[in-house]
Each structure stands twice: as C-alpha cells, then as structure tokens.
Design a protein around this ligand. Structure first.
Ligand code: GSH
Length: 217
C-alpha cells in the first residue's frame, strides 16, 4: 500500500504551504519512496484517519500512522534501511535536533509575521476565521498590522539567515557533501513563504539562492 502523507492546503487544495510537510516531502523524495499526498485544511486535521492529530504532517504507512516531522524522518530511516539515510547516526541526529530548534526559534517567528496575512488570504472562510483567531491570539496583534510591518520583519529574518550563508562558504549542504534531513528542515521553512505568498523573503545572497534552487527541484 502506498505511503499517505496528509499535507496542509489552502482553499485551492493544490496550494501546499506547511514547512513541516515540505521537509517530509523532500525526505520521501530523497529516499525515492512512492507516496500520495492528501490535502487537508487546518480545520480538518483533528479528524484525519480517525486519529486525534493536532498537527500535520501525518504519515500513514500500512498500519502505522505518525505525526511530528522529526519522528516521521526517524521512522522512514528505520522502516526503509536500504534507502539513503536522512539522519545517519547519533551525531547527525543531535545536529539535526539543533537545526530543528534553530529553524523554529530563529526563522519561523520572522516568516510567520511576514506572511500570516497572505496565508489567511489563501484559506476558505471557515479556515480564515480559525487562522485569524488563533494567530492573532498567539502573535498578540492583528494580521493587518503584521502585514504593514513586514519589511521590518524581513530585515531581522535575513540577518538570522547569515549563519546559513557563512556555512555555505565552506560546504555545499548542511549535511556536508550531500543534503540530509537538516537541509530539508531549513528548505521546508523557506519553501513555506514561497508557497503561500508573492513576498520575496530570501536575501540576495548567491550561495543561499543556489542552495535553495538546488533543493527546490
Ligand atoms: N512539531 C511538529 C509541528 C507541526 C505543525 O505545527 N504543523 C502545523 C502546520 S505548519 C499545524 O498542523 N498546525 C495546526 C494548527 O495550527 O491548528 C512537526 O514537526 O511536525
């Protein structure tokens, strides 16, 4: 049975913008595993496959269903040992955990502030209401105010990406000579604004742009 991946969508179900789902799509492609994606809006997550999931991605493979992108990556390495590794050994796992935490704390706050209004605008009415209420509560401001301030948020966000640019001077991927799950984590976060907004968040840094373009294929 084909692997099924529940993937966050907008009003147009072909619009897929979750950073966590993108990292898993890259992981599955890296392993050359066949899979189908099932589009799911925010308000339908709780009912997926009779589970009480709170977030996507959810990956279903045979009788296994797994939420949390890091756990999914670990599962794929374990279940498909003949395919290229995502996280090769204990040291790679530890470093991937750092990259996961860095992405969440240094990149996501800026990205969500730059594109929250654009995300809202690509949802259907029910999901718009859910998204506005939950995000205005957690971000403590309106979507319109965030939109008005987005150039300021972009400045801080691009400064935080300097770490990636500096690293790329020395090696082509976070994984070293070839990409691994850490690259897919950061790629997913940068694919998120590209997939839901026309606002260009990437700095004009050739190394970052080349790295992103290489992964975005
Ligand atoms: N730690 C989780 C986070 C997943 C996550 O936050 N997913 C978002 C979509 S980008 C979600 O499902 N949010 C549900 C909601 O906001 O109601 C993972 O790595 O998979």
């Amino acid at each position: 049975m084909t692997i099924r991946l529940y993937d966050l969508c907008g009003r147009d179900t072909s619009r897929r913008f979750s950073p966590y789902c993108w990292r898993i799509k890259k992981a599955l492609d890296h392993k050359k595993l066949a899979y189908e994606t099932i589009a799911v809006p925010f308000t339908a997550i709780a009912g997926i496959e009779g589970n009480d999931a709170k977030t996507v991605p959810m990956l279903c493979d045979g009788d296994r269903s797994i939420t949390d992108s890091f756990a999914i990556a670990e599962y794929l390495d374990e279940a498909y040992p003949q395919t290229p590794k995502l996280i090769d050994g204990a040291q790679a796992r530890a470093m991937s955990r750092f990259v996961e935490a860095w992405t969440y704390s240094a990149l996501h706050p800026g990205i969500v502030r730059m594109v929250a209004k654009d995300i809202h605008d690509i949802l259907d009415a029910e999901n718009q209401a859910y998204f506005r209420k939950s995000r205005e509560k957690s971000l403590k401001t309106t979507l319109e105010q965030l939109h008005a301030d987005r150039d300021r948020h972009r400045q801080g966000f691009q400064t935080n990406l300097l770490a990636l640019d500096l690293m790329l001077r020395r090696q082509p991927f976070i994984g070293g000579a070839t990409p691994n799950f850490a690259d897919f984590i950061v790629y997913g976060s940068l694919k998120w604004p590209a997939a839901c907004s026309d606002y260009d968040v990437l700095p004009q840094k050739p190394r970052i742009l080349d790295w992103y373009a290489h992964l975005d294929t």
